[in-house]
Design a protein around this ligand. Sequence first.
Ligand code: 5GP
Ligand code: ZN
Length: 113
Amino acid sequence: MADCLFCSIVAGDIPADVVLSTDTVVAFRDIEPQAPTHVLVIPKVHYENIGALGAEDPALAGHLADAARQVAEADGIGDAYRLVFNTGAGAGQSVFHVHGHVLGGRDLTWPPG
Ligand code: 5GP
Ligand code: ZN
């Protein structure tokens, strides 16, 4: 999709610290990490948010969850990590290409802010 930051990362037009790439999914480290592990997992095709992805391609949503698991295990936090999909500007979404935040490596409090 034109003018989408994460589509540009998928295309290789904007550099990223990629930690996993499959036929359908890419994972790369967040540019402003909020935890020792902070990786974004995204589908290569553009969906606006996790709701749209889950409704239109639930198998791909599953691939995203499995990619998050692989990323967490590779970073040694497979036993304790958080997978967050901010959905909508009011919930903190700022990039409108669905992405799961894989967070871990420190104590994570609940409820989130
Ligand atoms: P959101 O606020 O939409 O849930 O998350 C967007 C995330 O993308 C933020 O955590 C932000 O730090 C990250 N981000 C924004 N621009 C870039 C970029 O150019 N490269 C990378 N790797 N992460 C980015
Ligand atoms: Zn996109």
